[in-house]
Design a protein around this ligand. Structure first.
Ligand code: NAD
Length: 530
């Protein structure tokens, strides 16, 4: 651990700016001990059957369901998001992902027979693909959906038979502790060690120290900048890693849309969670001739949004997570204004305690402005006009990120646009953040938005090690004891046999469905002398 690592940190209430609680950061010895306990506990957990693990996941789901209100209150207090969002976006997603892996895990992790292969060097084989746990997985998570994101990683990690050490964001430590408390209760109820899932509360230096321990993999969700450092550590240590990073996601409105309807989608897609969502609508592209009408609609809708304490039922938007985050968003907005953007609404902090920022609407934003070139993690919506579909697609792809995009319009045209967008998910006639709630859909970014997947069967198999079991059935048969390619054949010079070997390798997929094609092979078969 570096000498400048803090021994404590204080978590502030984002809605008031007042301290909520002080936390001691774990020492290097505590971090090492936690990982050692996780290694130890994993040996038993890894030998359990997928069905037994599915039962534990269901038990965890029930505990979270029963404690949903308590957990939501902690989320709301620590993040500043309204209680309804904590319940419906964060906790509901966590429950859904636990259900999903409990359901697909036992099937997905069954060994699978592979399609027979006629390649001559490997003829006569029975091949099976089997799955084994990796070992100890560190999950480093962000604060914006502190339960949904951590739980997505935990559900897939545990289902695959690994143990987990969660390092939640220092901005949501109690969410991480409470979540792991419920996971441990589910594990112990099933007769398993609580060390299979543990939590280390600390800041980035705790995360960095955790990554130096004897781990078997890392799931990192966070900013592109930190992700880059974490990826460097993983590469140096040759560790498996999944990276879920930031985005600058476009929403494209095609011609012929009901503007009133799409404005409502854009409003929610941008301002949910006070704009602090990786897949939020961060750039809104609209046909130039509809720009003015759309801006009027958005302005009217944004004016109706209530910014206020997350405890007040009327609030649509709470505060931003921290003063640092509020300053960053304000810097990005002021940069756009300096470069000639037009401010239609908002553009400054709300004058009250806490880290509130006004929902902001911008137009005429120059392409080099930071709100377009960087991720904007706050309530700022730039509207960009386009003159042709090609231009819209070029503008949408003109970003180093590639997390999600959304396209609104007639389905056929929207699908054609979707084909040309460079990102991990394209949502048609819906906005990006909703897709994170889909446990079945692999979630991952292109370009600098990440590598690897959370959710879907892909996450489960990525968290497992494959082993192929390949058995030579010819070994025990008396008439095939000497394969054609062994040294003890009379001739090894390339001749007819080699031609047959090549033809089998190149053509054998056709042979399966068209038996007539066997005939030339039979006619030209290698001589029986070979
Ligand atoms: P962050 O990068 O600041 O922190 C993420 C986590 O990394 C925290 O737990 C932090 O303590 C830890 N950390 C910091 N430095 C570290 C280091 N050197 N080594 C190891 N761990 C370290 O991100 P954030 O502000 O918490 O989250 C917001 C970002 O996350 C946004 O960019 C957002 O787009 C992204 N995000 C992405 C997804 C996705 O699915 N792609 C989901 C949610 C959030």
């Amino acid at each position: 651990m570096t000498a400048d690592a803090p021994s404590h940190f204080v978590k502030l209430n984002p809605a008031t700016g007042e301290p909520l609680q002080s936390y001691a950061c774990p020492t290097e010895a505590v971090i090492a001990q936690t990982v050692a306990q996780a290694q130890d506990a994993q040996t038993t957990w890894g030998q359990s059957t997928p069905r037994q693990r599915a039962d534990v996941l269901k038990a965890i789901r029930e505990l979270i369901y029963q404690q949903a209100q308590n957990l939501a209150e902690t989320i709301s207090l620590e993040t500043g998001k309204p209680l309804a969002d904590a319940l419906e976006a964060d906790i509901a997603t966590a429950l859904n992902v636990l259900s999903y892996y409990a359901e697909i895990g036992p099937h997905q992790l069954k060994s699978k027979w592979l399609k027979p292969d006629l390649m001559s060097l490997a003829t006569g084989r029975l091949n099976r693909e089997t799955w084994y746990p990796r070992g100890v997985i560190a999950i480093i998570s962000p604060w914006n959906f502190p339960v949904a994101i951590a739980c997505s990683g935990i559900a897939a990690t545990l289902m695959a038979g690994n143990s987990v050490v969660l390092k939640p964001s220092e901005l949501t430590p109690a969410c991480g502790q409470q979540l792991i408390g419920l996971v441990q209760a589910g594990l112990t109820a099933g007769g398993y060690s609580p060390h299979i899932a543990q939590v280390l509360v600390g800041d980035g230096s705790t995360g960095a120290c955790l990554l130096e321990q004897p781990l078997d993999g890392i799931i990192f969700t966070g900013s592109e900048r930190t992700g880059q450092r974490v990826a460097e550590t993983a590469a140096r240590r040759n560790l498996w890693i999944s990276l879920e990073l930031g985005g600058s996601d476009p929403m494209i409105i095609l011609e012929g849309c009901d503007l009133e309807q799409v404005a409502s989608y854009a409003l929610w897609g941008r301002f949910i969670n006070a704009g602090q969502a990786c897949a939020a609508v961060k750039r809104l592209l609209v046909p130039a001739k509809q720009e003015a009408a759309l801006l009027d609609l958005l302005k009217a809708k944004i004016q109706q949004l209530q910014v206020g304490s997350p405890q007040e039922k009327e609030s649509h938007l709470g505060p931003l997570i921290s003063e640092t985050q509020r300053c960053l968003i304000d810097d990005q907005v002021q940069d756009a204004l300096r470069q000639g953007a037009k401010l239609i609404l908002g553009g400054h902090a709300v004058d009250r305690p806490g880290f509130f920022y006004q929902p902001t609407l911008l137009s005429k934003v120059p392409p080099q402005a930071r709100v377009l070139t960087e991720e904007t993690f706050g309530p700022v919506l730039p509207v960009i006009p386009y003159h042709s579909l090609d231009q819209a697609i070029t503008l949408a792809n003109n970003t180093p990120f590639g997390l999600t995009a959304s396209v609104f319009g007639p389905a056929h045209e929207a699908h054609q646009v979707a084909q040309r967008l460079q990102c991990g998910t394209v949502v048609i006639n819906e906005v990006g953040p909703t897709n994170y709630a889909l446990a079945c859909a692999p979630w991952g970014g292109w370009k600098r938005s990440g590598a690897g997947f959370s959710h879907g069967a892909a996450a489960l198999t990525d968290l497992s090690q494959r082993k192929v079991l390949s058995e030579n059935l010819l070994f025990t048969l008396p008439f095939t004891r000497k394969p054609l390619w062994h040294f003890n054949q009379p001739s090894r010079s390339p001749g007819q046999r080699s031609q047959t070997v090549l033809a089998l390798a190149a053509r054998h997929p056709d042979l399966w469905w068209n038996p007539q094609r066997w005939w030339p092979f039979w006619q030209n078969r290698p001589s029986s002398k070979l």
